[in-house]
Design a protein around this ligand. Structure first.
Ligand SMILES: Nc1ncnc2c1ncn2[C@@H]1O[C@H](COP(=O)(O)OP(=O)(O)OP(=O)(O)O)[C@@H](O)[C@H]1O
Ligand SMILES: [Mg+2]
Length: 252
């Protein structure tokens, strides 16, 4: 395999005095699609925020593309962040801006590209997510699936090396889900990025993941290919996959 492009080493993090990450370690290799799967509240979103440098661990190391980001100043951290596109759980579009302005947001903030060039990039990214020609629409006019697509166009606007997804398919109907899953997979291959996808949806995880990291109570308890995860003997992993209530509680 290639080198890890993201590496979390024994990360501990408490929020409001409550331990949330409790010695989390995970290597994510360049070009792979890593799924982070686990129960609600186990720390998946917090982990993405740590990778983005939005939350700083109390101890441990966080490497992103060759830099230990917990040691960087704000300017250096911003440089690293430009390499990461993010699709948040809510899509987080700016409702007062048009679709085109949403997709252009980072380009306007962080580049000196001429307006015409930005327009061209926006049109190209919208076409990539199947939303060509929607520049002048407002987010309020879009369905949930369309909002996800626009959020994704915005996430790839700066040609990131890494794309982070937080629950990209929750609250969507099954047909829309399969469209978004195919889009995520297609973009991964077309753009040659590293994808990190947080989900508790098992079919999505098996469809998308080159590897799956099972998270439980602030730690990664198992990492493997979808086939390896399916064959896992870990009682928590087995319980999670079979959908048992209180899956794996007190078992790890
Ligand atoms: N800003 C915050 N303030 C206080 N506690 C927080 C904050 N963010 C996260 N936590 C706590 O950290 C723990 C992990 O939260 P996190 O959002 O990472 O869970 P998750 O695995 O993403 O869950 P879900 O699947 O429901 O999105 C939770 O117990 C949550 O209460
Ligand atoms: Mg979450």
């Amino acid at each position: 395999m290639n080198r890890p492009i993201i590496s979390l080493k024994d990360v501990h993090l408490s929020i409001d005095g409550k331990p949330v990450l409790k010695g989390l370690s995970l290597d994510i290799y360049e070009g792979e699609t890593m799924i982070i799967m686990g129960r609600s509240g186990c720390g998946k979103t917090v982990t993405l925020k740590v990778i983005l440098g939005l939350l700083k661990p109390d101890s441990g190391e966080v490497w992103v593309d060759g830099k230990e980001i917990t040691k960087l100043d704000q300017d250096e951290l911003n440089e690293v962040r430009k390499k990461i596109g993010v699709l948040f759980q809510s899509s987080a579009l700016f409702d007062s801006l048009t679709v085109g302005e949403n997709v252009a947001f980072m380009l306007n903030q962080h580049t000196d590209l001429p307006k015409e060039e930005i327009k061209k990039i926006v049109a190209e990214k919208l076409a990539l997510v199947g939303m060509a020609g929607t520049e002048d629409m407002k987010p309020a006019q879009l369905s949930g699936g369309m909002r996800k697509r626009v959020g994704l166009a915005r996430a790839i606007a700066m040609n990131p090396k890494i794309i982070l997804y937080d629950e990209p398919t929750t609250a969507l109907d099954p047909i829309t889900v399969s469209g978004i899953l195919r889009l995520i997979k297609g973009l991964h291959d077309k753009l040659g990025v590293t994808s990190v996808i947080v989900t508790h949806d098992i079919p999505s995880a098996f469809f998308l993941g080159s590897r799956i990291a099972m998270m439980h109570d602030g730690r990664i308890i198992e990492v493997g290919s979808p086939e390896e995860i399916k064959r896992s003997e870990n009682p928590f992993v087995k319980a999670f996959l079979s959908g048992e209530p209180d899956a794996g509680e007190e078992m790890v």
